[in-house]
Ligand binder design. Structure first.
Ligand code: FPP
Length: 240
């Protein structure tokens, strides 16, 4: 079913896909089944984001703190990322989607790293939407490493954002987030895009990520369109 939208969407939407584990537990399934269902939800949301004209979509797939999870769950997630990339790369090419992974690469297994590099190369020509997937990502880590790299220089915020892009793996300046969505009923940022979210509108959904569908993205974008963004200034008052 198509969901009609009448508003112009946020240019950069970022999503904290939370609640996979609880979704699975409530169905007496293993947590890994929740992540599989989460990957299917991600596919549909990516499709919808592209359809409505979102230019950049960043998905939080694995935080650097997620390494602390049981080894079995970490392995299952890494296997799932690889499967997702292998399955989605050609769909991305067909739909004009450029794929980039953000985060540390030095702790990623060689097989997954090769798949990441292959997917990025294969989709490099995508012009309709940039899909960024955060894996082994920590925003504090990116900011701290950028600050160290720029120590002693007298550069401005634009060059800091550019340097962050070098550190986060993409080599492109980090884009500001317009709309940050978090599912799963929690209200926190969890070390995700802290710099980029300086003026992001925050949207929280009580749905678990596997239940979050295209219509929910549309609803979040509609809510975003109703927000009055002032970026610290005061609203314009009509003269006279
Ligand atoms: C948070 O739910 C989700 C994750 C840590 C993994 C996110 C991964 C996916 C959605 C699948 C892969 C997707 C892509 C785009 C490659 P949780 O496990 O913290 O859930 P809980 O809070 O209910 O325990």
């Amino acid at each position: 079913m198509k969901h009609e939208t009448t508003h112009s969407p946020a240019s950069h939407v970022a999503v904290i896909m939370d609640g996979n584990g609880r979704w699975a537990a409530s169905r007496r399934k293993p947590r890994s089944a929740g992540h599989v269902a989460g990957a299917a939800a991600a596919r549909k949301v990516v499709e919808e984001a592209r359809r409505v004209g979102v230019r950049t979509l960043t998905l939080y797939a694995f935080s650097s703190d997620n390494w602390q999870r049981p080894r079995r769950e970490v392995m299952a997630l890494m296997r799932l990322f690889r499967r997702y990339l292998l399955a989605e790369t050609e769909r991305c090419v067909a739909n004009g989607i450029r794929l980039r992974i953000i985060g540390r690469r030095d702790r990623i297994a060689p097989e997954l790293l090769l798949t990441i590099q292959g997917a990025e190369k294969r989709t490099a020509g995508g012009k309709d939407m940039l899909l960024r997937v955060a894996v082994d990502y920590s925003s504090r880590d990116v900011i701290a490493r950028t600050a160290m790299a720029m120590k002693g220089t007298r550069d401005d915020r634009a060059s800091f954002a550019a340097a962050m892009g070098e550190v986060d793996g993409t080599g492109e300046p980090v884009p500001d987030v317009d709309l940050l969505i978090r599912t799963g009923g929690e209200h926190r940022l969890s070390d995700f895009l802290l710099w980029e979210c300086a003026y992001a509108e925050l949207y929280f959904s009580t749905k678990a990520w596997p239940e979050f569908g295209p219509a929910d993205l549309d609803e979040a974008l509609a809510e975003f369109a109703r927000r009055n963004r002032r970026f610290g200034a005061i609203p314009e008052v009509a003269a006279g």
